[in-house]
Design a protein around this ligand. Structure first.
Ligand SMILES: [Zn+2]
Length: 118
């Protein structure tokens, strides 16, 4: 498909796809009775409006963040700047929690959560 970004994992069957989507990354969260929850993160670029019409301007890719609990999920869409702010907040909190518990500081490697579902 012409114009498909490198990160898109969809095999588009039409010349006018609805979206480009990156492969989802799932991060388990929760403890004890709250276990079994997970965050699902991926990059998405919707090419048409909900009505099916084409966007007036070039659609911007964003980061889709879903919290799955008991088969239900809530969805949060973030700009890349908002997603970076969230990552920064998470890293600061991780460093604070690790230093408080004496655990090694977080290694800032982007490959840490490379698991994905197919
Ligand atoms: Zn695509």
């Amino acid at each position: 498909m012409a114009g498909c970004p490198d990160w898109c994992c969809l095999a588009h069957s039409s010349d006018s796809p609805i979206s480009h989507e990156a492969r989802s990354i799932e991060v388990p969260v929760g403890f004890g009775e709250d276990g079994g929850q997970f965050f699902e993160v991926r990059a998405v670029q919707y090419l048409t409006e909900d009505s099916g019409t084409t966007h007036a301007c070039e659609p911007v890719p964003f980061v889709e963040f879903a919290h799955h609990v008991n088969g239900r999920y809530s969805l949060i869409n973030m700009s890349t700047a908002q997603a970076r702010a969230l990552v920064d907040a998470l890293l600061r909190s991780i460093d604070a929690a690790d230093s408080a518990s004496g655990t090694e500081r977080h290694q800032r490697k982007s490959s840490q959560y490379s698991g994905s579902r197919t």
